[in-house]
Structures are given as C-alpha cells and as structure tokens.
Design a protein around this ligand. Sequence first.
Ligand SMILES: C[S@@+](CC[C@H](N)C(=O)[O-])C[C@H]1O[C@@H](n2cnc3c(N)ncnc32)[C@H](O)[C@@H]1O
Length: 242
Amino acid sequence: MTASSPLELSAPSQADTIAAYARLAPEYDDAGHSTTRALERLSAEAFRRAAPLTHARTAQPTLLELGAGTGALTREVLAADGWSQLIATDPAPAMCARLQTLLGARTCVEAHVLDAAGALGAFGARADVVLAGLADPFLTPDTLDAAHASVRTGGVLFVTVPSHNWAAREREGRLGISVDRTRFLLRDGTPLEAASWSYDDPELLELILDAGFRSIGAGTCTAELPLHDARPELAWALAIRA
Ligand SMILES: C[S@@+](CC[C@H](N)C(=O)[O-])C[C@H]1O[C@@H](n2cnc3c(N)ncnc32)[C@H](O)[C@@H]1O
C-alpha cells in the first residue's frame, strides 16, 4: 500500500488509537523508541519555556493532565513548584497503571482511566490549568471545544504536539505512511499505528483561538541533533479561557 492509497487517507479511530497505546504501554518507555524520547525532551523544554503554572488564576492551582501516558510531562509537573492538586488521566488502563506507579501514594495526586472528553467532563470545571503533552492522538477541534466548554473563565490550557513540518517529512518521507498517524514497532516487530494530529504552531494556535480561548503564547522547539536525517520538532501553545 502506498502513502497515497485511499485506504490510508483517514486516521486510525479513537478506539483503535487507545487500543494501540494500551498494547504499547509496557514498552512505551523503551530507549528504542528514540523518536518519542526526542519529542518528550522537546515537550519538557516547551513546558519550561511556556511556564503554564505561572499564568494560573490562583497561587496553588489544581492541574488536570490529559493523555498523561507513562508520565513524561507529569515528571516535569511533579518537579515544579506552585500547584496544590494534580489529576492525571489517560484512557489506556495499562498507561494509567504505570502512571499510578510514578505518582505513588502522594495525597495531592490522583490518576484516572479517562479519555480527554471524559476527563474534561469530570474534572474540567475544577481545573485551573489543563495540560496535554504530546497530545497528538486526540488534539482535534472537538477536544478543544470540550476544553473550552468545561474549563471556567481564567482556566489555562497548555498543549504540545509534533510539528506538522517535521511529521510530514518523517511520516510521508521516511516511513511512507500518511501524516495523520504514527507508527510504533513492538519489540517483537509488530507494527502499531495510532492517530497523530500534528500542527505547526500558527495552525495550533488558530485552532485553540477558534475554540474560544485567548492566546498567551505559542512556539516551536527543535532538537539540536537530527534523528533519521531530520531534527524532531514540536509545536506548543498556551492559552486562557477569557
Ligand atoms: C504520545 S503519548 C504522550 C504521553 C504523555 N502525555 C507524554 O507527554 O509523554 C499520548 C497518550 O495519549 C493517550 N490517548 C490516546 N487517545 C486519547 C484520548 N482520546 N484522550 C486522551 N488521551 C488519549 C494515549 O493512551 C497515550 O498515553
């Protein structure tokens, strides 16, 4: 099948995407997933650059993390000062179990098996800051609308995704798959595909503004070194519900 085949023109469904991450969870942190590791470093850099917690309406905000996975961004949050409660969520139970191990028995943190829509519905109104690092499996206009509908005025939204510029080169160029998906290889060689929405930062910001948020900032972080001939790149955006 070629990248231009009609069968490859639509991204994997949400259910298939969650199932892929659930299957991947025990291996997700393997060093062999070098692209993911590079994107995680860029996402952490974006978190430090954007400093979302400093824009919260209260000094000790409640944080809601969507699609927290095994906790690459959660680790940054846990190391940061200035928050009172962290509600970390992910729809893949095996991801959430690993997240729970990272969080341990602290009373100020909790983990829930919920997708972005479910998490926003259950906890969005309590959240002063909503965080979604490497949110490419679910960062669609519907998710942004759900965030805007659930978060109260003054709520802050911080998101990161692979840049479209890099994703097109990596996926259509190197991997020969469509740009709306990512592919992981399990240790036994089994390929897994999941939806992956990539945006360059102006487009990401536009989507967020279209959902009704007001911009605080946006940017791009680029890896210093190339991986498979291209420097991984990530877009981030920070916005507030006006
Ligand atoms: C690329 S990983 C990123 C994990 C983590 N946020 C990080 O920064 O490393 C994406 C995560 O999104 C989760 N996910 C997939 N579909 C989702 C959905 N509809 N809502 C919320 N999370 C979803 C996956 O289970 C996976 O853990």
